[in-house]
Design a protein around this ligand. Structure first.
Ligand code: GLY
Ligand code: MN
Ligand code: MN
Length: 442
């Protein structure tokens, strides 16, 4: 059960959400929670995670359940625990108790859903055709793009636990010899707070592998360790933090130069984030800061704007500067780009823009990540060098100075508000010296 938070009760929050849905989408809506997926045989399942659209209106992580929503009215379909299930899994709240907790107007056994829908369809001209589905998707996106106070409170709780996990990971590094040990130190904090990881953790000395989910490497004193680890509250609301720190507790001069450059891009985006600003322009701002900094360091040659125009920066920063954050770590990406891209917009095929997950103007109560990075990906830089195509723009000899920097990312969770923005993960330091102090225990 999620903790009760803020001055609003869960019942009130859920009622407001479905009243808003009714305004945006008057027709009937059915949302399913999903069920635990078997790993190898039915009784041995992966941890269950309810569908996020269901969670948004149900508030509780129920399995094998469905909601029927129409005109603000909520009908819950879920089963009481059978005596046999109770024997193995223990008692759980009755259907009536769950219905009361979420303010359902009616509640029936799960098996009644089909007959209920058959009857409802004869009463309603709205059925679930493709037109209806598109309208529903648009309504869900409109609702879930802007977080209510309850959601923000839950994201803040998840963010606070992620901050503690990263702090623990930094502190554990001097006594660790492997990536796995640092990962364990971080995830222990999340588990110890009765939360789950919002996504598969990345804790690696090979940060250039963008979604590296392997933990078998040893830690060497000259390595940078990139940790992208985020907690998810029991209610499903997520957080998403990346920090990169030196295993030795001290950045080399070359590592510090690049770290400070990524931090400058991160800070510039946060300083510019406020309602009305196009997220795409934040991405391009990060690109320009990185390109200008790489020119200053002698790695790139030429005018920074022209380098960005040519996507030269993207050889080192191939992903977008961030994404929506909510019930999903990449919020609503189950809907493709319908949430991330404003109506009428679609992904660019430019190398420097095609991985941009969010292309909308920012608005109050959106939560987004800001996560610029610098990576030396052999699969990108090798062919780029081989082709000779960038010899006028990249000083390959100078780049060798930075061989010890395989991957750096700095990622914060940012709440857009009327004053501009608030960094929900600000309690975790970003400055190189403060990060060093956390690692070395100074
Ligand atoms: N943790 C996944 C991401 O940062 O997008
Ligand atoms: Mn992220
Ligand atoms: Mn992340």
């Amino acid at each position: 059960m999620p903790p009760q938070t803020t001055s609003l009760s869960l019942v009130t929050v859920l009622r407001q959400r479905r009243d808003r849905l009714a305004e945006l989408h008057p027709g009937p809506v059915v949302l399913w929670s999903g069920q635990a997926v078997s790993r190898n045989f039915p009784a041995n399942t992966y941890p269950f995670r309810a569908n996020s659209h269901f969670l948004y209106f149900a508030g509780l992580p129920l399995a094998n359940a469905a909601l029927h929503l129409e005109g603000g009215r909520l009908t819950l379909f879920t089963d009481d625990t059978s005596p046999e299930a109770a024997l193995w899994h223990g008692p759980s709240p009755s259907r009536e108790a769950i219905a009361a907790d979420i303010g359902a107007d009616a509640a029936y056994p799960y098996q009644d859903l089909d007959s209920y829908l058959a009857k409802a369809a004869t009463l309603s001209t709205q059925t679930a055709g493709s037109e209806c589905s598109k309208a529903l998707v648009e309504a869900l996106v409109t609702l879930r793009l802007h977080h209510d106070d309850y959601a923000l409170d839950q994201i803040k709780r998840a963010a606070a636990v992620s901050v503690a996990a990263h702090t623990a990971g930094m502190a554990a590094t001097p006594g660790a010899t492997t990536e796995a040990q640092v990962r364990a130190a971080m995830e222990q904090v999340i588990m110890g707070q009765n939360m789950a990881c919002a996504y598969n953790s990345i804790v690696t000395v090979h940060g250039e592998v963008l979604h590296n989910e392997q933990y078998h490497h040893n830690l060497a004193p000259g390595d940078l360790l990139l940790a992208d680890v985020g907690a998810e509250a029991p209610s499903g609301w997520a957080s998403d933090i990346t920090r990169t720190w030196p295993v030795s507790g001290r950045f080399t001069s070359a590592q510090r130069d690049i770290y400070n450059l990524v931090l400058a891009a991160h800070d510039a985006c946060i300083a510019a984030a406020r309602p009305g600003v196009e997220y795409r322009n934040l991405h391009l701002l990060a690109c320009r800061v990185l390109a200008a900094g790489l020119v200053d360091l002698g790695v790139l040659k030429g005018d920074p704007d022209a380098l960005v125009e040519r996507d030269v920066h993207a050889l080192f920063f191939p992903h977008g500067v961030g994404h929506l954050l909510g019930l999903d770590v990449h919020d609503m990406e189950d809907l493709g780009d319908m949430a991330g891209y404003a109506p009428g917009r679609s992904r660019s095929d430019r190398f420097g823009l095609k991985f941009l997950r969010l292309d909308r103007p920012l608005a109050a109560n959106m939560v987004v990540t800001i996560e610029p990075g610098f990576y030396q990906v052999p699969g990108i830089l090798g062919p780029a060098r081989q082709s000779g195509q960038y010899d006028d723009a990249i000083n390959w000899d100078r780049l060798k100075t930075f061989d010890g920097v395989r991957g750096i990312r700095i990622e914060s969770d940012v709440h857009i508000n009327s004053a501009g923005c608030t960094v929900l993960t600000a309690a975790l330091p970003t400055h190189a010296e403060a990060v060093e102090a956390l690692v070395s225990g100074a």
